[in-house]
Design a protein around this ligand. Structure first.
Ligand SMILES: Cc1cc2nc3c(=O)[nH]c(=O)nc-3n(C[C@H](O)[C@H](O)[C@H](O)COP(=O)(O)OP(=O)(O)OC[C@H]3O[C@@H](n4cnc5c(N)ncnc54)[C@H](O)[C@@H]3O)c2cc1C
Length: 808
């Protein structure tokens, strides 16, 4: 074994081998993979080997498509068969709600280049002869489904990597990992030590244990998973003989089942409701090529449905039941990327669909390590989407919920209850008493809307029980004054003598003067967005940044990567140490004036001013800005004062008819201002010109901000895309995001978010289209639940296009 390597990859499952292959293919050949046993000794060897392109997140779906297309290449490179059978498959819907969901999947496929087609149950039965068409209301055909040999694929990656110069050391167990003072990693094994610049934790079932070696508690948990293999079935033999083809894959979402042919019989797997975690606290090191005891009672309810939906199963025997563990992150997507605070330590774990995602994970991670950027939008699988709040108990609750809902419909207005409430602010019970219906962002409870007694969310693809109430909350703001809780924003304090110069380099905007705020896009070296903030200059107190709450860890990782070594800049994520309230609407100033003794006139506190004042008895930082696009204030207050500030504002607001509004109303309000938001409109694949944030970029400022050259080039060349707002001729449903935008009969763009703008009484969609058609006003259509709706470009904001209200 070599004593030094650029990279040590820990784990010889499908994921580790893919990472090794991709590193070598990108030219890093001084790389070694350490496997404690034979390759595939974790969850990989007993996988059912299914692969598919669909995923709830379109960017992950793209990487799944990449993975499936890669198998041919690694087979050729390695000379190792992967056993890929691209049979195609059918996705089945037994209810109308499921069919609506599948139509959304078909629509997404159109701009992802995934060929999906809605078909009738009868047509599905013609493709997959074992299903009973009477049990289904519709189906979708996917030509890119299939299955493969898990061991063959893993060895193909490893052999291809070796051919490119990488090394694989089997029977080499990593026992400890220690960071040296010079930043290099000592990887200590049962066979000696390797010193490496980078370490990749691809430990699969043991990823948690490998993480603990460096003091990291990763939010992953293994679950038991069962599939059965039947005896040979005459129906299968007859079909094979008649068509010369295998029986295609099927996913029966309502039965929570997946099926495929296995030799002369069938394989049926299920995500049962009565699921069971495995080795909740510690994965035993002596676990290897063994299976867990099957528990047929646990999967009996799913099998019952399966035998009804696929009647031929009633006449066959079960040859074998496989029960094996594999790992999940709380939301079911992988955990990939560099770990904040551990330079050179990377993770590629929690990969629950290694044969659909392993290639994409390897590609993104190797890009990231070598180029400094994953090269794709991988937010949905970035390890930084979790923080310390994702504790072991939280992870346990969430993974179990996610497993049991793996094939369930998740409606756009559905909030999942497990692991909640976890983080709450001091006004939580006050807002609950007013009917707050809660959602969650980065572990923190967030009020979505306020329900009258006896009303709650009815989950639906269409406008639902909250519609009238959200309309009322919007009217409260636009016609008078509303109050909302905004603690879920991420808040940062930047101090030190080097702070101004550092911010000037980190952010693309011009720095505001003392007492003023500005919108602050943050770019990567390639000129694409990596953040959008409100930056405030608090003069002698330093600088204050507010940004997307879900991206706190993501942004802190970026900030810390770029911090100066001389200690002249300090940045702190304030998290729940600072809570927030916002008052907005034409009467917002009247309310504030009554709640404080400070002068809040337009002259004293103009638009984008910020300063300290007491609200009631509570000391607050008040900035005149509002995401509602109305006259409004964001009020930042220490948690111990939040109740007092809230009560003072509510009391002051009584005479002005103040009412509470939640984030759904805020969405309706910001849409009619064409305001984008992080992780929707603003993502690391769009440039500021494309995203319409170029007016906040100080292209001409002296500071050489990160991404400046690329942003200037984008401005010169014009970029490729444009973010636009559309008014959709919708009936009873609004876009939620990821719907295709048609122009002139072809899919040309995609929706990033949208909803109903209650004040303007319009259904609004925001989305990206190619710049060549970005100034057309007509000819657009947006596909919603399987139907194309006419859409008109809305260039100027629907509300207050001249900013009179905001600046009043
Ligand atoms: C019953 C079942 C059916 C499945 N069906 C499918 C399917 O149809 N399609 C699909 O895509 N996925 C399926 N999966 C999931 C799939 O198996 C996983 O996504 C995949 O195996 C994850 O691979 P991995 O490399 O991350 O982890 P693992 O396979 O667990 O690999 C981790 C490796 O790291 C090694 N290791 C750990 N710690 C150390 C250490 N300290 N030193 C050295 N080596 C170490 C282990 O020995 C192991 O070989 C199924 C899983 C199960 C259990």
């Amino acid at each position: 074994m070599k004593s030094h390597a650029k990279v040590v990859v820990i784990g010889g499952g499908v994921v580790g081998c893919s990472v090794l292959f991709h590193l070598a293919r990108h030219g890093w050949t001084d790389v070694v993979l350490l496997e404690r046993d034979e390759l595939t000794s974790g969850s990989t060897w007993h996988a059912a080997g299914g692969m598919h392109t669909i995923n709830g997140d379109p960017n992950v779906a793209k990487l799944q498509k990449y993975t499936i297309n890669l198998y041919k290449e690694i087979e050729e490179l390695s000379g190792q068969a992967t056993g890929v059978h691209l049979t195609g498959g059918v996705l089945l819907a037994a209810t109308e709600a499921r069919l609506d969901w599948l139509r959304g999947v078909v629509a997404k496929g159109r701009y992802l280049g995934i060929e999906l087609e809605e078909i009738s149950p009868k047509e599905a039965a013609e493709l997959m002869p074992l299903l009973d068409p009477k049990q289904f209301v519709g189906a979708v055909r996917n030509k890119e489904d299939g299955h493969l040999d898990p061991s063959g694929v893993t060895h193909a990656y490893a052999k291809a990597a070796r051919k490119l110069g990488a090394e694989v050391e089997r029977f080499t167990k990593v026992e400890d990992i220690v960071r040296r003072a010079d930043g290099m990693w000592r990887v200590i094994t049962n066979k000696g030590e390797v010193v490496a610049e980078h370490v990749v934790n691809a430990g699969g079932l043991w990823a948690r244990e490998v993480g603990r070696m460096v003091g990291l508690e990763l939010p992953v948990l293994a679950m038991e998973h069962m599939y059965l293999i039947t005896e040979d079935m005459p129906e299968v033999a007859a079909w094979n003989a008649k068509t010369g083809t295998e029986i295609i894959h099927a996913v029966d979402f309502d039965g929570e089942l997946y099926l495929r042919q296995e030799r002369g019989g069938m394989l049926m797997g299920t995500y049962e409701k009565a699921n069971k975690p495995w080795s909740e606290f510690q994965t035993p090191w002596n676990f290897g090529h063994e299976l867990l005891a099957p528990d047929i009672d646990r999967i009996a309810p799913s099998l019952e449905v399966g035998f009804r939906h696929f009647p031929a199963f009633q006449n066959t025997g079960i040859k074998q039941i496989i029960n094996g563990p594999f790992t999940f992150a709380p939301d079911g997507n992988p955990l990939v990327g560099p770990v904040r605070g551990l330079p050179g330590f990377w993770v590629a774990c929690g990969v629950m669909a290694g044969f659909s995602q392993g290639g994409g994970v390897g590609l993104a991670l190797s890009n990231w390590m070598i180029e400094g950027d994953p090269g794709a939008d991988i937010w949905a699988m970035d390890v930084a989407r979790y923080g310390d709040w994702a504790t072991m108990a939280y992870t346990n609750a969430k993974v179990r919920e996610n497993y049991s809902k793996r094939f369930s419909i998740r409606f756009p207005n559905e909030e999942l209850p497990a692991g909640r409430p976890l983080k709450t602010t001091p006004v939580y019970d006050l807002l609950s008493a007013k009917g707050a219906q809660w959602g969650v962002a980065y572990g923190l409870e967030v009020p979505l809307w306020y329900a009258p007694e006896g009303v709650k969310d009815e989950f639906s693809w269409r406008r639902s029980s909250d519609f009238t109430q959200v309309a009322r909350e919007v009217a409260t703001v636009r016609d008078g004054v509303g109050l909302s809780e905004i603690s879920s924003f991420a808040k940062y304090k930047v101090t030190g003598e080097g702070a101004a110069a550092w911010l000037d380099r980190m952010l693309a905007c011009k720095l505001p003067k003392p007492g003023r705020m500005t919108l602050a896009p943050m770019l990567k070296e390639d000129g694409k967005l990596i953040g959008d903030f409100t930056l405030a200059n608090l003069d002698s107190e330093g600088w204050f940044l507010a940004g997307s709450g879900i991206a706190e860890q993501y942004h802190m990782r970026w900030f810390e990567k770029h911090l100066r070594e001389d200690g002249s800049v300090r940045i702190e994520a304030l998290g729940a140490k600072l809570t927030g309230l916002s008052v907005a609407g034409p009467k917002a100033r009247d309310v504030l004036a009554k709640a404080t003794r400070a002068d809040v006139s337009n002259a004293a506190v103009p638009f984008m001013a910020i300063g300290r004042m007491d609200i009631g008895m509570a000391p607050c930082l008040v900035g005149r800005v509002s995401y509602t696009g109305d006259l409004g204030y964001e009020i930042w207050v220490a948690p111990e004062y939040q109740r007092a500030a809230f009560q003072a504002l509510m009391a002051a607001g009584e005479e002005f008819g103040i009412g509470l509004f939640g984030s759904r109303a805020l969405n309706a309000l910001r849409l009619e201002k064409n305001y984008g938001s992080w992780a929707r409109e603003y993502r690391p694949i769009y440039g500021p010109l494309e995203a319409g944030l170029d007016r906040f970029v100080a292209y001409g400022k002296d500071a050489d901000f990160i991404g400046k050259a690329a942003a200037l080039a984008e401005r010169k060349q014009g970029g490729k895309l444009r973010l636009r707002a559309f008014i959709v001729d919708a009936d009873d449903a609004d876009v939620i995001g990821d719907e295709p935008i048609w122009f002139d009969g072809a899919v040309r763009g995609w929706v990033t978010s949208g909803g109903y703008a209650h004040h303007s009484k319009k259904s609004v969609a925001l989305g990206y289209v190619p710049k060549e058609i970005a100034d057309e006003s007509d000819g657009f259509e947006i596909e919603l639940l399987g139907k194309r709706h006419a859409a008109r470009m809305q260039a100027a904001p629907l509300f207050d296009a001249n900013f009179e209200r905001m600046r009043a």
